[in-house]
Design a protein around this ligand. Structure first.
Ligand code: 1HN
Length: 347
């Protein structure tokens, strides 16, 4: 699997000859195709929110949300520049909606998540329901659902966008359309999806076409409360501290079919045991501060900083204060394809 085949003039001539016929000899490329361990161009990296924020405010003066359609600075992995990827399979960006602005309605095959970083009271509408957002809220936009955003507050609103763009690209399955209206018609009252599906009760004959969660805003006050109550129970995982996954109440599976989303509490002074997994993961701390060692590098983080852990690289986290980290990865896809693998060191 790992050996390199000798080059000879005859072989080289043969490769050139078949090259013109759109043919390649497998034995010249096999080692790059089938690697004994994940080998990724994705690199560990951290973006400071304060720096992104300054650039975004500058972008706010250069272009409106309406003209840009979405005013976003894409977080490009330094090993994957020019591809709009934060990992090999996922996209991430930071979006700004200024006071009074609207990001117009559109829909596409790509699924999106928002994780609110700064600002309180702007809204997003998804599939006929509007929700008001605040820091720490996790909001989903399922595949092909109409969505638009607006900010009727007096403060700029920033959030992290995560999308499965590279996955959809890989499958050549992208469809998208814009709306003639800037904002979609709101057809359901605020809180409707949470009232219907957020109470551990489901319609007895519920059948849903979509694999995405029927809940589209997982508010931070509930998330934080769940973590705080779990914290009191004092059951820490050596590798994760206290880590929960956001779930679809109708299936028990992840909230979205292509992107797994997680929230994690690391108590003050906690240092995790080393861990690695095949799902490259994007982290967004929302409270606290500390550092993460990824491969050979150490990254100091605070609230709203964003960092990425590539596939199969060892990671440890250390918290200087009670810290809450949101994260997302392609784990649901890997698990369905029997590809997900993790290594807890010896923990
Ligand atoms: C999108 O629809 C949004 O709706 C954000 O806020 C970022 C990046 C690429 C394609 C679609 C949004 C996006 C996007």
């Amino acid at each position: 699997m790992d050996h390199a085949v000798q080059k000879t003039p005859e072989r080289e001539a043969f490769y050139r000859k078949i090259d013109g016929e759109n043919l390649t000899a497998l034995w010249t490329v096999m080692g790059d195709l089938i690697t004994p361990e994940p080998k990724s161009a994705c690199r560990p990296h951290l973006w400071r929110f304060d720096a992104i924020r300054d650039y975004m405010m500058e972008a706010g003066k250069l272009i409106t949300a309406k003209e840009a359609e979405r005013r976003v600075l894409v977080l490009e992995n330094p090993g994957l520049r020019g591809q709009s990827k934060i990992t090999t399979s996922l996209y991430a960006g930071v979006q700004l909606v200024m006071p009074g602005e609207v990001a117009p309605a559109h829909r596409h095959s790509q699924s999106a998540l928002r994780f609110i970083l700064e600002g309180k009271g702007a809204h997003t509408s998804v599939d006929g329901e509007r929700t008001i957002m605040e820091p720490g809220d996790f909001v989903i936009t399922p595949s092909m659902k109409w969505h638009d955003h607006g900010n009727q507050t007096s403060e700029p609103m920033f959030w992290l966008d995560g999308l499965d763009i590279p996955l959809v690209q890989f499958f050549d399955a992208s469809f998208a359309e814009g709306s003639t209206e800037d904002e979609q018609e709101v057809t359901r009252p605020a809180g409707d999806s949470f009232a219907r599906y957020g109470r551990n009760l489901l319609p007895v004959d519920l059948k849903r076409a979509s694999q995405a969660s029927p809940i589209f805003n997982y508010p931070y006050n509930y998330t934080r409360e769940a973590l705080e109550q779990a914290k009191a129970r004092d059951e820490w995982d050596a590798c994760h501290g206290l880590k929960l996954k956001f779930s679809n109440p109708a299936t028990g599976d992840f909230a979205m079919p292509t992107i797994g989303t997680f929230i994690q509490l690391l108590p003050k002074g906690f240092k995790t045991a080393r861990y690695r997994s095949t799902d490259a993961t994007v982290f967004a701390p929302i409270e606290g501060g500390g550092r993460s060692r990824i491969g050979e590098q150490t990254f100091e983080w605070g609230p709203r900083d964003l960092f990425v852990v590539p596939s199969w690289q060892w990671v440890t986290h250390e918290a200087d204060e009670d810290s809450v980290l949101f994260s997302f990865s392609d784990r649901p896809v890997q698990q369905k394809l029997d590809l997900f693998r993790e290594d807890r060191g010896n923990a």
